[in-house]
Every structure is written in C-alpha cells, then in structure tokens.
Ligand binder design. Structure first.
Ligand SMILES: [Zn+2]
Length: 534
C-alpha cells in the first residue's frame, strides 16, 4: 500500500491507537513468532494495517519496516516486551519508502538515534516530495492533483514531516544485510524503484515487503473477507508493473518455506513455495502490461479512446469497431471538445424495439442500471447512503433503490425530452433526457454527477471551482433483421485540471469499465431472454 506522501488516509484516523502499550492477546502491538527469532508485529487494522518484523540476530536484533506514522511507541513497546526495557536495535531497515512502511521511520530513528537503511535506488524517495518519474497510479490520479490544490505552506510542512533526508542511508545490497549476517538482500524493484526483500536461506524465511503479499489488495472482495492467498503488490501504488512481475518470479525462485509479508498473515509450510510458484506462473502468463506510467494519460485527452484498448472481456464483447468509435453520434454536440470520450458497443440477438424497452427503463428507483452483481449493488448502495447523509434532515432517503429490473414496466416506456432520470438520492445526481427516438436513439445529459464524486467539503469549494458535464448516448441499429447493435458513447468535460485528473479516472473505472459494461451486459441478457410484460 501507500503513496509518495506520508499524509495519507490512515494517519489522521488512527491517532487513537498511537502510543498505546502492547495489549495482551492477539492484535496490534503484540509480537507473534513467525519463524525462529522472526517476530511479526501488526500495527493496525483494516486500511491502517501494516506488518513490521523484529528479527533476532545473536544477542541483538533488527527492525524491518516501521508501519504508518505515529506507530513508534507501539513498535518500541513491542520490542521491549521481547528484548527487555531500554532495548535498541542494531539497525532499522526499510523494504521500501511508502508511508505504510516508512511512516514511523523518522520517529524511531529519533528514539533510538539510528539511521534507516534503504537500497540506493530508493534514496530519491527519501525526500518525501512527489517525483513524477517515480509516480504510481495513486500518485498521478489523486496525490498530485490534491497537492496542486493544497496551499504551498501545507505542502512544505507535509513534506518535511515525511522526509527521511539525513536519516535514510544507502546500504550495499551485495554486501549482505546490515545487522543480519545470516540473511541476504534480494533486490525486488517494481513496487518502488529500490524495493528489497530479505531471505534467510538456512530455513528459507522470506520477508517480502510489498513485492509479494498474502492478502490481495487488488480485490475488494478479498480485502473485505481478508482471504489468505498469495498476491502481487497493490497495483494502484506500484511504480513499474512489469518489473514488479519479474520480482515476483525472482522470489518464487527462492522456494521459501515462510512468507512474511508487509500486509497479511504469514504463510508457512509447503504451501508457501507452491502457492507463490503458481501465482508467479499466472502472473507471467498475463499479457505484457505497459509500464504503469503510461496508464493514466491515454484515457484522458480527447481523441484517445478507452474503448479502443484491448481489455479482457469475460462475458460480453463490448469493444466498438474503429468506425463506430469515429462516427458522429446523437448527443455529441452536448459536450463539445470533451476531456475524454469512450465508445462501447454490443451485439444483441433481438430487434431494436425489444432492446429499446429495456434501455429506457434505466435509473434510480426504476430498473437501476442492470448490474446483476449483488456486490456492486452493495457498493453503489453504500455510496448513495453516504450522499443521503448530507441531504436536508427532512428527507431521510434510503440508499440505492431499484424498483424492478426484471420486467418491462409500461409506465417507464415513454421518456420525453426534458424528463429527469435520477441517479442518486433526491437533490443529488440526475440525468436529463435530451433525445428519445423510440427504437433508434436515446441521449442523456448531466452536469450534476461529477461534483458528487468529491467529498462534501470540497464539492462547493470556490477555491476548487469544480465543473463537470457528461453525456451518454445510445444508438440502436439493425445490421441484420432481428439483431441490434447497441452503441454507447460517453463524453465528459471538466475543469479545473486538478479536478479532471481525479474525476476522469473515476468515471472511466466506476462509470465505464464497471457500470456501463454491466449495463450493456444486463440489457443483452434481458433482451435475448423471453420477454415478460408487466
Ligand atoms: Zn508499498
């Protein structure tokens, strides 16, 4: 996890846990012996969870990683419970400089009067500043735009709080591990440029940092259930994905008996090596991804289209052809010179009149958006309930409400230009019907949606001045009798740039890759099944 800055979510919310002594029983602050002389200390729960390791070596010991900020006292207390009052490590090592691993490094270096050792390639990150060349998707999509909004003084203060300048010192990875003669350093670049893992070959104990995890931070369901499985680093905070994949393969080659990771419970026994090997094989079989640095830009910026990119399509082909992406569509004029545009299409074995009847029923309190995913509906529900909280008290509206998405409902069949189609609790986001030609075209427009992707305190900030409009157009054609080609185009225009940098990726992921894709699939499934009339 983590990003270039230390002042990330998690810091502010968890101050309560800081400074407390280790509590008896399981849980944060209590050391657990993962392997002989290797102790894991959990330092938080949920989003603030991160492991640090205390490793015994002869009469001394070494600390590997320092968790989020304000965990210094908790880590010191855990160490004193193992090694006695007033104990001090031989060295502090960092697998990499992210706020959930290096957050308390400054505090602990001060407490013990020690430097922290990092791989030489990691040193540029020590200054705590945002460096575009080392940026990961989270940095580019969220941190950099937020920094641009923050007052300079606040940025400087935040940088100086997280800076490890004068504290971080490079060590020679080929010369062994500072303070741990029985261990060796395994360079594992990718998650960050100078990421390292540590390996004790005599009993094959591997401390992986974020190069390999035993919880999948890339899957929300896995995260919620805490499923114990080998996984790669979190994509969103990974600098160079192809290099990260090679690092996973390098670690699999070590055939570890113990996987002690930066996040998740350790994995021990034969399973550690076999699960890691099969995970690495699956990962290498994936189509070669581009360096993550190229990811964000291609989706924004007018002519480049998300729809043209190859993406794994599980159950519905929704790629539009080159002609479909280039052709003008009704509603294009509503959002001139868009910041981003996508075009998707699906072929449905039913005549346009049939498809039309499902299409025009969409909307909150109507047929929803045909997601057919209970999990996704719950996510939307959660979001709607959050929005409702900020509404006037006399309107205690519920969350995401779908009246009926399995029938044709006569009352919803005749949309008129100017009709309002809700997409959120009353008083929040809604679409306006701008064109409705039965069986042919359906165009929705909104300038209410995008602001609601911001937290309430930023939504109406005059300093930000967030503006955003979006059109979704649907064109139905009949390439051969009884078959519909349903083409959907989304155009978005927003300002200022910082707001765009945040909102465009959210729209492309939440609005397009998930919601729009579900929608096309849901309409196809319903239109191709035997119709049921209300
Ligand atoms: Zn990390």
């Amino acid at each position: 996890m983590g990003a270039a800055m230390a002042d990330q979510p998690g810091e502010a919310t968890t101050d309560g846990a800081a400074g407390s002594a280790p509590v008896p029983g399981r849980g944060p602050g209590r050391p657990e012996e993962t392997a002989p002389g290797v102790y894991r200390v959990e330092t938080g729960r949920g989003l603030t969870e991160a492991n640090v390791y205390l490793v015994r070596s002869g009469p001394g010991w070494v600390l590997i990683d320092t968790a989020w900020p304000h965990r210094g006292q908790l880590i010191r207390a855990a160490a004193e419970s193992l090694f006695g009052a007033g104990t001090r490590p031989e060295a502090i090592l960092l697998t990499h400089i992210h706020p959930d691993h290096a957050g308390s490094a400054r505090e602990l270096a001060g407490l013990w009067d020690l430097p922290v050792h990092v791989h030489p390639a990691e040193l540029p990150l020590a200054a705590g500043r945002y460096l575009p060349q080392y940026g990961n998707p989270l940095d580019r999509w969220l941190i950099a735009p937020l920094l641009a909004l923050m007052p300079r003084r606040a940025v400087r203060a935040s940088v100086s709080r997280s800076s490890l300048e004068g504290i971080a010192v490079p060590f020679d990875p080929a010369a062994g591990v500072p303070g741990l003669p029985a261990w060796r350093t395994v360079p594992t670049p990718g998650h960050t440029p100078g990421h390292v893992a540590f390996f004790r070959s005599q009993d094959r104990v591997l401390i992986t940092g974020d190069a390999v995890l035993t919880v999948n931070l890339n899957s929300v369901p896995d995260l919620l259930t805490g499923k114990h499985r080998v996984a790669g680093p979190p994509y969103i905070s990974t600098w160079d994905w192809p290099a990260a994949k090679e690092s996973v393969a390098a670690l699999a080659g070590l055939k570890p008996d113990v996987l002690a990771c930066g996040h998740g419970r350790p994995m021990t026994g034969a399973r550690a090596a076999t699960d890691l090997a099969s995970f690495s094989a699956r990962l290498s079989a994936q189509a070669p991804a581009r360096r993550s640095g190229a990811g964000g830009e291609t989706t924004a910026g007018g002519s480049q289209e998300q729809g043209g990119r190859a993406r794994p399509s599980a159950r519905v082909a929704w790629r539009a052809t080159a002609e479909e992406r280039a052709m003008p569509l009704p509603g294009d004029d509503l959002v001139p010179s868009p910041t981003a545009q996508t075009t998707h299409a699906v072929t449905i074995k039913a005549p346009p009149q049939q498809v039309w009847r499902w299409l025009v029923q969409i909307g909150h309190g109507r047929a929803g958006f045909y997601s057919d995913s209970k999990f996704w509906d719950r996510c939307v529900d959660w979001y709607y309930r959050r929005l409702s909280r900020h509404q006037p008290a006399e309107k205690p509206t519920a969350g995401y409400h779908v009246a009926d998405d399995s029938r044709i409902v006569a009352a919803w069949q005749h949309p008129q230009v100017g009709d309002i189609i809700a997409d959120g609790p009353p008083g929040t986001a809604y679409y306006v019907v701008r064109q409705a030609e039965p069986g042919k075209s359906f165009v929705l427009f909104t300038d209410t949606h995008l602001r609601y992707l911001l937290p309430a305190w930023l939504r109406d900030s005059p300093r930000l001045g967030a503006f955003g409009e979006l059109s979704s157009s649907y064109l139905l054609t009949e390439p051969e009798p009884g078959t519909t080609r349903l083409i959907r185009r989304m155009r978005i225009r927003c300002a200022p740039r910082a707001f765009c940098a945040y909102v465009v990726p959210v729209v492309l992921i939440w609005g397009e890759a998930i919601t729009a894709r579900n929608l096309l699939r849901g309409i196809k499934r319903r239109a191709e099944a035997a119709p049921r009339q209300a």
